[in-house]
Design a protein around this ligand. Sequence first.
Ligand SMILES: [Zn+2]
Ligand SMILES: [Zn+2]
Length: 180
Amino acid sequence: MWNWFNDHSFEPNKDSTLAVREFGIKSDYPKLTAGTFPADEFDCWEFAGISLATLEGIGVYRAATEELQSYLLITAVLEEDSREVIHFNQAKVECKIHGRSRAAFVCQHLNLEHPKGFEEAFETYKGMGLSEDDDFQAWCDECEKVRIRNNGWNEYAEEFARIKLVCEYCYFELKRFNIA
Ligand SMILES: [Zn+2]
Ligand SMILES: [Zn+2]
């Protein structure tokens, strides 16, 4: 299965594999354009090789478990102080859905069933850099009312909000759904 076809993959770079599909369309090679098809280990290395050439990669890494073999294309070596490496080092939360990411905090009321508003400690966008003392933090409209009535976060407002830990990706899903 090509990663661009995999709805359960949240790899930030997954769409770059669409370039291999483009190449497959131009070369009239169906296995580069079909999302999924039967293949053995040797096929996979060959497709990884085609991807390496198409995307100008520098190597391929295979991660294997008993049921699954993933072929990961390495495209760059990052500087130790690059944004991506800093993000990775800050990643402390292991989400069942999204894997490892930075921590984010939301009130107990926010979910993906009913939109409840989305107040943030500061304006955020996906993938933004955070300083060491900053965290993604958001709460619902009801919590905002309680917070204002209490002149800011105090014991009572915090008890009402019962802030919980979520992953960065869950945070932005909640933001998209709950924002007015
Ligand atoms: Zn709330
Ligand atoms: Zn998550």
